[in-house]
Design a binder for this molecule. Sequence first.
Ligand code: GLC
Length: 541
Amino acid sequence: MLDKTVYGWWKSAVFYQIYPKSFLDSDGDGIGDIPGILSRLDYLSKLGVDGVWLSPVFASPQADNGYDISDYREIWPPYGTMEDMDRLIAEAKKRGISVIMDLVLNHTSDEHPWFREALKGRDNPYHDYYVWRDGKPGCPPNDMRACFGGSAWEYVPELHQYYFHQYAVKQPDLNWDNPEVRRELYHMIRFWVDRGVEGFRLDVIDSVAKEPDKKITARGPKLHEYIRELSASAFPEPGLVTVGEAWSADTEEATRWSAPDGSELSMVFQFEHICLDQGGEKWDTVPLSLPRLKRCFERWQRELHGRGWNSLFLDNHDLPRVVSRWGDDGRYRVESAKCLAAMLHGMEGTPYVYQGEEIGMTNAPLGLDEYEDLETVNMIAERRERGYPDGDILASARARSRDNARTPMQWDDSPNAGFTAGTPWFKVNENFREVNVKAAMEDPDSVFYFYQRLIALRKTCPVFRDGEFTLLLPEDEALFVYTRETDAERLLVVCNMSGEEREFDLPAGFESAATLIANYPGAVGVLRPWEARILYVGGRT
Ligand code: GLC
């Protein structure tokens, strides 16, 4: 087991993200819950992960599935109680699994007592916890748009003021320029550290230092000053792992966020690779260019080596399922899921596995009236208004909606995929009879066991943590090939990211290399559709 009191332990770790609402329902109300997670800790142990990042479990009206918090110190009742949470932290720890909580520090719910107080009047001490500007109805302070559609300003007639919200109307932005706000948040974080939480994912953390008058949301001038203060005040223990969600981060920024002196965070989620297949708006897709994807990863690998730390992910609760997006969720579902995993897990950084990714779950073929996510629902309404045909809107939703990742976890082939004995809060993907955990457990060639081996490899060969990355064949349209090297070990990661056979010549020095993992039997020859293998030269064969 890793020594989690030491700074940097997370460099050898793999984390697993749980979206609690959709993970496992233990009491038949159709909503996943903490006892459900508890009952699957052995499953996570078997996979071999070192930590679970829980999407928010705090009290919330659930306008944005928990990213709208009304009490940071309470558990949302359908998820369970504080005792359940304490038990989860303790039971996970016994298995060497750290619980990482999701901190939403940029905004609260409009039902948070702070906001309720703020609404009482300009003189109320909580009024300045949020971002207000004077104004008249129909004349917002400026034309800034919220991420989920509509204006970023909401008028409150009683106060003759607008409040600022970068996300939904029900998610008013906190005013980080008020030192009281920051102090309260740090205090709240310590409440969870004292309960045994070993790390945090920090939601849209690059947005906290906003300056709406200058139309600045991410990367405000005071951002890093605030983050260093947060780190010093709330995360003094060297072993706490922190990962910030930072859509605005480029490599230079990321070396500040993840500076090796620990003055800010352990690492950030950056999204440059994720945006490569995006057209004009989030909902418009352009084909992914593999050479661009490779160059993007290469830059992140090279520029953070020794100067910062990468997080590695292809899936999360806000993204479509990668096997549908960049793999092949039809004939080569299993091969392509493994190939994408090998491509990612061979790199330098800390990998994150999103629930269901380890069994190759796919996008959900929902109908337009079945979407739950407010971002998608708003998009559907907005695009209908703009005259888009329903067929086009549906195609966008099916390709890009966050709901693709939010259908219930597929545990077995019984009704509702074993997710609930009741009526699931959200439709189960109809392919659950084929794609489920039970089937994966029974098949030694399943995606699950491939992930299990990849996760174990990261712990046995230091080159996965330390090796320097070199991209080979940068212009090849189908092959993603790279090496990782230290003085003692060398890895060659070969991925055929296409459904066609491809010629491939082993680079010098790897002729007699051992195969650490592969998704096809036999030796390296012509690469078969979505073939992936990791070869090794060094002291540990
Ligand atoms: C982050 C979360 C997303 C949420 C948003 C607002 O991007 O990952 O799910 O809707 O922040 O909190």
